[in-house]
Write a protein that binds this ligand. Structure first.
Ligand SMILES: Nc1ncnc2c1ncn2[C@@H]1O[C@H](COP(=O)(O)OP(=O)(O)O)[C@@H](O)[C@H]1O
Ligand SMILES: O=c1ccn([C@@H]2O[C@H](COP(=O)(O)OP(=O)(O)O)[C@@H](O)[C@H]2O)c(=O)[nH]1
Length: 244
């Protein structure tokens, strides 16, 4: 553990975007990336952290993009949710190759492929040290997996939602488009909402605000970042209530 410090969190909900699974390819899943992520998740499990996972589907399908291409929006969202199930199965496979016990639950019943989402069972599995992968988002169209991550995090009483992303936190503007943007180390839900800071969808932020669920945004590809957060280091950006 970094600096020999104890873990700060016992139960977390980690949100990975689908795009993070595709590595350098423009589409699909790179098993080497999955293996790397599985090892990092395994480090958390190894120090007794209970890990719930939500994985997006943007490496495969997004409803809004399919809609722009001419498909019905709800059909597109169903396809996006099914994409998250595929990613979840691939992640379970990678975790099991690292001898990390895991269960995939789906918000859309998929008998024989995944378990159906069951909050009480999920909590029991987490308490037993299994990684629980919550797939198919919220099960409803017009939502995102950011909202699903916050929803599941609140439901299973995680202490923190961790949003892994391509940038190392929340900035005053999109740092990819505006090089003069500066990073917050901590900010309030209200600021994210008022400034419409685009790192996470605003529905997800509202849900976290209503239920006082803190969110930490960080860069997954930064070596050791995930573990640093778990031991309480000030990595990325923390979104919480009150004034910043
Ligand atoms: N104010 C902001 N601070 C940080 N990132 C921002 C901001 N506004 C927009 N972004 C963009 O949001 C992206 C993060 O969203 P992303 O992880 O792609 O979401 P998802 O994978 O869930 O679709 C970053 O890569 C960044 O370019
Ligand atoms: O509760 C949900 C979660 C996801 N989706 C669909 O699944 C796609 C993939 O999820 P997301 O875009 O959040 O993935 P990420 O950007 O995190 O990879 C979305 O675009 C939506 O079409 C949905 O309809 N309802």
């Amino acid at each position: 553990m970094p600096g020999g410090r104890d873990r700060k969190y016992k139960r977390i909900l980690l949100k990975l975007s689908g795009e993070q699974l595709m590595g350098d390819e423009g589409f699909g899943i790179d098993p080497k990336v999955l293996d790397k992520m599985a090892l990092e998740i395994g480090q958390l499990v190894g120090i007794g952290v209970q890990v719930g996972l939500v994985i997006g589907g943007g490496n495969l399908f997004r409803g809004a993009a399919l809609n722009e291409a001419g498909l019905d929006r709800v059909t597109g969202d169903h396809m996006g949710m099914l994409a998250t199930v595929m990613n979840a199965l691939a992640m379970r496979d990678a975790l099991e190759r690292c001898n990390i016990q895991s269960t995939v639950m789906s918000a859309i019943p998929m008998h024989g492929v995944t378990d159906q989402y069951d909050r009480r069972k999920a909590i029991r599995l987490l308490e037993n040290g299994e990684v629980v992968i919550f797939s198919a988002g919220t099960g409803n169209p017009f939502f995102t997996t950011d909202s699903a991550a916050c929803l599941r995090g609140i439901e299973v009483e995680a202490e923190l939602v961790l949003k892994a992303t391509k940038v190392d936190g929340v900035y005053t503007a999109d740092p990819v488009k505006d090089p003069s943007a500066t990073r917050y180390s901590r900010l309030s839900y209200d600021t994210v909402l008022q400034e419409k800071l685009g790192v996470m969808d605003l529905t997800a932020i509202c849900l976290c605000q209503d239920h006082s669920m803190p969110v930490r945004v960080f860069k997954m590809s930064k070596p050791g970042a995930l573990l640093s957060i778990i031991v309480g280091e000030d990595e990325g950006t923390l979104i919480v209530g009150g004034s910043e």
